[in-house]
Structure formats: structure tokens, C-alpha cells
Design a protein around this ligand. Sequence first.
Ligand SMILES: Nc1ncnc2c1ncn2[C@@H]1O[C@H](COP(=O)(O)OP(=O)(O)O)[C@@H](O)[C@H]1O
Ligand SMILES: [Mg+2]
Length: 359
Amino acid sequence: MSELIVENLAKHFGEVRAIDGISFTVAEGEFLTLLGPSGCGKSTTLFAIAGLDTPTAGVIRVGGRTFFDGGQGILVPPEKRNCGLVFQSYALWPHMTVMDNLAFPLRIRKVSAADRKRRITTALELVEMGEYIQRFPHELSGGQQQRVALARTLVFEPALLLLDEPLSNLDAKLRIKARNWLKELQQQLGITTIYVTHDQIEALALSDRIAVMNKGSIVQLASPQEIYTRPSGAFVADFIGSSNFLRGRMKQRNSDGDAEVILESGLLVRTIWAPDVKEGTEVLVAVRPEHIRLTAAQPIANGANLLTGCITARSYLGARYQYTIDAAGTSIMVETEDSLDQPEVYASFDPEHAVVVLP
Ligand SMILES: Nc1ncnc2c1ncn2[C@@H]1O[C@H](COP(=O)(O)OP(=O)(O)O)[C@@H](O)[C@H]1O
Ligand SMILES: [Mg+2]
């Protein structure tokens, strides 16, 4: 059993509240990602779980064992936690072969020669690096070095796998390959994993659930689909992908969550989902650039979800165009495959693609 429970965890560096009382649970075998901008407290959280840093307050439990309890004064040292930690920098020993890089930490822990050999072979096979066992790190590509770094963690057969931006040193294409491969490996091993990244695409692709962090707090913890389609607030809506925000007031919300909002311009917007707030509350309607249609002629619509505006900027992105539209003083970004020449356009979107968030 290696369920992880984190309760009210805090870490302050003087005035800086790097983590500000966060709580979450990771189920056995689950892949949870901590996602957020640089400096939001992701690494601090991971280090606290691994035991490399002493939190200011809170509780950390893994598989029923208490690793840290600020109130009770319990602090288990890192070597007794059995967490496998992999960093962005591979940190392989440059003067040692792949074999020795994996054997060295096992020797220190007095693992027998036969057991060492078995564990090293298994770990290298898992990361598909068995044939590179006699190479030195400088004889390997970045992606191969990162696999060896992962294997060096797996030889300990850790109860928890903690990965801190492990793919960010790889180039874009290799990163996608490594990401798919990592996901497969994690599923094959069924190992409880916490993954740290500031890359939202990576988080969406890899995770069972994502904890979106901002300024030391978790602002939403949910499945990738829910985070993308039902962002809990403006921060999440804009950090995961990007969103346009239209200011308005709540007109009416139905019990199943769909709602009508009156924009500042007086236009009516129908949305598929809104938080449960009173009529008249100031809200933002979030619509993603790829979900807005631009047309030269007025679309046949029932009067809702339709803006008129002028194209003020346009750029070619290869597969799509990106337009900036000025709609009665509100700037809106639109991404579409359609090429439009005339300055005046209609911008429309479906209620399914509009959600209400609080400012
Ligand atoms: N040793 C430290 N001393 C002072 N401040 C720190 C220290 N480590 C981290 N911080 C601060 O804590 C905040 C969170 O850092 P970190 O967890 O590394 O962010 P992330 O990994 O999300 O980029 C940042 O503001 C950072 O500057
Ligand atoms: Mg970090």
C-alpha cells in the first residue's frame, strides 16, 4: 500500500510562503501532476515528501506510515522513506559507466552482488537501456541519460516515484516520445507517481489527476478533462490552454449548471456551466481562442453568443491563423483555419464552449 496523504502542509522561508497549507491524497498506483508557473511551490512540495527539506507544518503519510508530522515532531529521514526522486538535471556520475552508476548506490546500501545484478538488469530493461550498460554518460544522448537516471531510481524499487520536470532538458520531439514512454512504464509498474511540471500539455497527457498550483496553494485538483472544460477560476482557465474573458453579470443559473450571463455590452451569453452564484454577481465568461468562429456574414443565431468586432491583428501559425479582434473595446483572441480579409467580422461560439468563472 503506497497511498500518499498530505495534510495542511506548509513551508515558509522567512517571509516567503513557498507552500501555504496544501492538502491532497494520491491513490495507490495513481499518476498525479503538480502543475503551475515557476515559483508556485511544486519542487518544495516534492522535496518535503522525499524528506530533503523539513516543512514548517503539516502531515505527510505514505502507506500508513507517518513521514512527517509537525504537531507530533515526527520526521523520518529521506533514506528511510523509499522515495525515488528524479530531477531535471540527470546528475549521473560522469566518470562511471551506466552499470556503475546504478551499482554504486546499491553497494552503499550493502545490497549483495547477486541481488545488485538482478536489480540493475531489471531496471535497465524497463527503461530499454540494457545494451548501453558499459557506456559512460557522455556517450549517451540526453534522452538516454534521463532513462538511466530513471533506472537508477527504479533499482531501489521505490514505493513512491517523484519526478521533478524530468523531461524539460529534452528537445520538443524527444520530449513527446519520452512522455509517452514514461506513461507506459508508470502503468506497467503501477507505481504511485507525483510528477512536477510547468508544462500544461505534458500534465494533460500524462496525468490521472492534476493539482494546479498558484502561489503556494492548490487552486484545483481534478482530472485533465475536468480541469480543461470546467476550470475552477480565471487562473486555471488561462493557465491550462488560454482563454478569453468576457465581463458580465449572472442572469440566471439552472440547477444542472448551465447559465445565462449579460455582458457589459448588453449582449446575452449562454454557457454550459457556471458556479452556483446569485443573480447579478459579477462574473467572467471564459471562451478559448480555438472555440470562436469568425464569419464575414452574420451567422444564423438566436441572438446569443454573438459579438461583432474588427480584426486589429492577424498572424499565420502554420496550420492556423491567429486573430485579435476588438469587440466594443474588449480584445479577443481567435484561432481558426479560416483566412479572413475584411476587417469587420462576426465572432460566435457555442454554449458548450463557454464556462463561467469568478474574477
Ligand atoms: N531555500 C530557499 N530559500 C528561500 N526561498 C526559497 C527556497 N527554496 C524555494 N524558495 C522560494 O519558494 C517559492 C517556491 O519555490 P519552488 O518550490 O522551487 O517553486 P517551483 O518548483 O514551483 O518553481 C519560490 O518563491 C522560491 O523562490
Ligand atoms: Mg521547481
